[in-house]
Design a protein around this ligand. Structure first.
Ligand SMILES: *[C@@H]1O[C@H](CO)[C@@H](O)[C@H](O)[C@H]1NC(C)=O
Length: 283
């Protein structure tokens, strides 16, 4: 049973002294060294799994770009990378689907699996930026960061942009953080300003949720919000493009335009243990 919102809020505020330096225990770290080449994503490394969700015949090295976009507030000696999608970014693979039209998607999987990252009290950090050379088509819905439950039945938390399929999106050029999609609550939204990193810290106490988002350094944006984050699963960072005009099952119907070259730049991906109250606001 979820505690009331106000109880959570006071609990969190009294229990969590925010720290400005990065002194918290890391749970996982998705920051790649600044001398990492795109091809290094294809080799076994301790950061991202080289075989994860992308189109048949593609390798991660082919869809990762290394833009000259500067650093996120949580990169130092590490560098952002871009995840791109093209007409070949088709997943599920043909053999895994009955028919129809899968979403266009590419997202590296963090190799560290994952149970401990979905228990206790953790803060998920990530930064993301638009690439002016590879704009998204905001007529579509995109999922950029999400926690997908072990049984694939839900996303417990998901950052979207664009026109939410079946939704009512006033301004699609907005970063929209939703809680568990079974409830469909919009927890936070902010204009997806071009040319800057948007730095997020999402406190997941696996009953509640507190969002930190600011350009520099992080600032608290919401109280704790009750949200169902049960079901464990895996964190994804990348680009999942849904079709337009889908009646419901996006793997079976809808429209995907051809000739796409789209991407999102990611930096500063890591998760820290906040059970002792530690949340990093900047490096
Ligand atoms: C955006 O997507 C819609 C739906 O797929 C498509 O009809 C339109 O041509 C696209 N616009 C651009 C600028 O690519």
């Amino acid at each position: 049973m979820a505690p009331s919102r106000s109880a959570l809020f006071s609990l969190l505020l009294s229990a969590l002294p925010l720290v400005s330096a990065q002194e918290c225990t890391l749970q996982f770290d998705g920051r790649t060294p600044d001398d990492f080449a795109a091809a290094d994503f294809d080799a076994n490394n301790n950061i991202f799994s080289p075989d994860n969700v992308f189109g048949q015949g593609l390798s991660f090295g082919q869809l990762i770009k290394l833009p000259n976009a500067g650093l996120s507030i949580f990169d130092d000696g590490t560098a952002p990378f871009e995840v791109t999608i093209s007409d070949d970014s088709i997943f599920p693979l043909p053999r895994q689907r009955a028919n129809g039209l899968p979403p266009r998607r590419a997202h590296p999987g963090l190799q560290l699996r994952h149970r401990p990252s979905t228990t206790g009290v953790k803060t998920l950090h990530f930064s993301l930026m638009k690439d002016a050379a590879r704009p998204l088509n905001l007529s579509h819905e995109y999922q950029l960061v999400f926690l997908e439950s072990n049984d694939f039945s839900t996303n417990q938390v998901v950052l979207k942009t664009g026109t939410i399929l079946g939704g009512n999106t006033a301004d699609p050029d907005t970063l929209q953080l939703f809680g568990n999609v079974n409830q469909g609550n919009l927890l936070f939204s902010t204009a997806f300003t071009a040319g800057v990193f948007h730095n997020f810290g999402v406190l997941l106490d696996f009953n509640a949720l507190l969002l930190l988002h600011r350009l520099r350094p992080l600032e608290e944006q919401t109280d704790a919000i009750a949200n169902d984050v049960s079901g464990q699963g895996q964190f994804h960072f990348g680009v999942l493009k849904k079709p337009t005009d889908s009646a419901g099952d996006i793997t079976k119907d809808g429209f995907q335009e051809a000739g796409i070259d789209e991407g999102i730049i990611f930096g500063g991906i890591f998760q820290e243990d906040s059970s002792d109250g530690c949340i990093s606001l900047s490096l």
